[in-house]
Design a protein. Structure first.
Length: 156
């Protein structure tokens, strides 16, 4: 186990997320619900922020610094997300795989923005547009599982 450390951005994100969900639901008219850790096979999985109905998911980021929200507002599609925030992109694509959801909402929320239209950025990522990257994740996970099992076998 790693010792935990206090991280202001992480705490801010956790505290702000309920407001973000409320804002997302108000703006989109969609209803979300929480779910726990979603397993994929015996060795992988992830924790989505929320799911939306039977076929959609939601990932929310609440930037600690408002200038980051401006950068998020400039994103236009999943290609921009992949190019500028690859960690967020791969997280979303992985969650799509782990939950078998065909559409994912990626949102950022900053309640400190003065104009309401700048408080939330919102991208929709669709399975058929990221299928190649989902396939890449599957191949990488299969390789990682083989390596893990090999290492465990060697440890006895």
């Amino acid at each position: 186990p790693k010792p935990s450390s206090y991280a202001y951005p992480l705490v801010y994100g956790k505290e702000t997320e309920p407001l973000a969900v409320e804002h997302f639901e108000k703006i989109t008219g969609l209803i979300t619900e929480t779910i726990g850790f979603q397993t994929w096979g015996d060795h992988a999985g992830g924790s989505p922020d929320r799911i939306v109905g039977d076929s959609e998911g939601l990932e929310i980021k609440c930037p600690f610094y408002s200038e980051n929200q401006i950068d998020y507002l400039l994103l236009t599609d999943h290609w921009d997300l992949k190019a500028n925030y690859p960690d967020h992109y791969w997280q979303v694509v992985s969650l799509m795989l782990f939950t078998d959801k065909k559409k994912w909402h990626f949102c950022t929320y900053d309640p400190r923005m003065i104009d309401d239209k700048h408080k939330m950025s919102h991208l929709v990522i669709e399975w058929d547009k990221v299928q190649e990257d989902i396939d890449t994740i599957v191949i990488a996970l299969e390789s990682a599982v083989r390596l893990k099992l090999e290492m465990l076998s060697r440890l006895g």
